[in-house]
Design a protein around this ligand. Structure first.
Ligand code: FDA
Length: 308
């Protein structure tokens, strides 16, 4: 793993820097490159603007690894408010949730209960809950929880999960999820993982991404291909074209603030595009992972600092 990436991922866990950054004016300004704003209304306003540009949205209320039941319940409440607001404003949007945000680090029962309630609410509003995937220590518990919720009556269309192409186990996981009709978002993976569980080289991650994308595209279920990598996007387009897969049967997904040009081009070409839109004051770990993915973003950071 390149050194800079490891440094940023390590920094993403630094509590002191996090506390300082999240409270500072300059930090808030820096984060605005990747974050819609601090409040629900900021996210809804940006979501509406993205909808007008022909893009669907998935909204992420930032936060992860809460350590008390009260914080987990409070995080879930924000998502319930979001589901109501999305429906009230008739937005083309759903929600993305991390299970550690609703308690998985200390109680898988609590996380499952809160996630199931969100799926029930999403079902009532014809919406959808995407469970984000976190580090590999949580892969199995996350998949188990999603599979159990998905198996409940009425919740089949209300919940899906994320698979990371850098993990060796992902092909087997995808086969199981597909056999149960569970919707998948495929991404490369954003955490620091050891070579025992994940491909250490980008070329192998990319090759696995293309392999897994083909498996997803060939299934009957609607999936999301999350990437900004033009090679991955080209491979998906070629596969869909060669196998006569209608463009309505899958969507590309990209992060807010990353490759807006590419997002617009895909919409113009007739592809479904969904933007992952985070908001909230707990932006620091998310922001640091975005820097880890592309250290060139530091240049943008330096420019903003100089303008301040
Ligand atoms: P790659 O990292 O190879 O980048 C390809 C090109 O994309 C770069 O050369 C650059 O041009 C551009 N690019 C990529 N990242 C950029 C950035 N931060 N800033 C500017 N340009 C950038 N991960 C995870 O572990 N669990 C999850 O649940 C999710 N969920 C998720 C949802 C969505 C919608 C997306 C797009 C991504 C995720 N991810 C994620 C993150 C994912 O695992 C991965 O870290 C990033 O998408 C970067 O990988 P790419 O596929 O873009 O390719």
């Amino acid at each position: 793993m390149p050194l800079l990436r490891s440094v940023f991922i390590a920094l993403s866990r630094n509590r002191l820097l996090r506390r300082f950054s999240e409270r500072s004016r300059i930090g808030v300004r820096l984060s605005s490159r990747f974050v819609a704003g601090m409040e629900i209304d900021d996210a809804l306003r940006v979501a509406e603007a993205l909808n007008k540009q022909g893009m669907a949205v998935t909204i992420d209320s930032l936060g992860e690894s809460v350590s008390s039941e009260a914080d987990a319940v409070a995080a879930a409440m924000i998502y319930h408010r979001l589901l109501d607001a999305i429906a009230a404003r008739k937005l083309n949007a759903n929600i993305s949730v991390k299970l550690t945000q609703v308690g998985l680090s200390f109680s898988s029962e609590l996380a499952e209960d809160l996630a199931e309630n969100l799926a029930r609410h999403a079902n009532a509003k014809s919406s959808f809950v995407r469970i984000d995937m976190e580090d590999s220590s949580l892969t199995q518990s996350t998949l188990d929880i999603v599979r159990r919720i998905h198996a409940k009556p009425l919740l089949r269309d209300a919940i899906g999960v994320v698979i990371q192409a850098y993990l060796y186990r992902s092909q087997a996981d995808i086969e199981q999820l597909l056999s149960e009709g569970i919707r998948v978002r495929l991404c490369k993976g954003a955490y620091n993982e050891p070579a025992e569980v994940a491909f250490p080289h980008k070329a192998d991650v990319d090759a696995n991404y293309v392999r897994l994308a083909a498996v997803l595209l060939s299934s009957e279920t609607y999936h999301g291909l999350a990437t900004h990598d033009e090679d991955m996007i080209a491979a998906v387009k070629t596969y869909a074209n060669q196998h006569s897969i209608d463009l309505s049967r899958f969507e590309f997904q990209m992060l807010y603030g990353v490759r807006r040009d590419l997002q617009r081009t895909l919409v113009r070409e007739g592809y479904n595009v969904r933007v992952y839109l985070p908001f909230g004051s707990d932006w620091y770990p998310y922001f640091m992972r975005r820097l880890a993915e592309r250290p060139a973003n530091i240049l943008f950071l330096m420019k903003t600092l100089l303008r301040f």
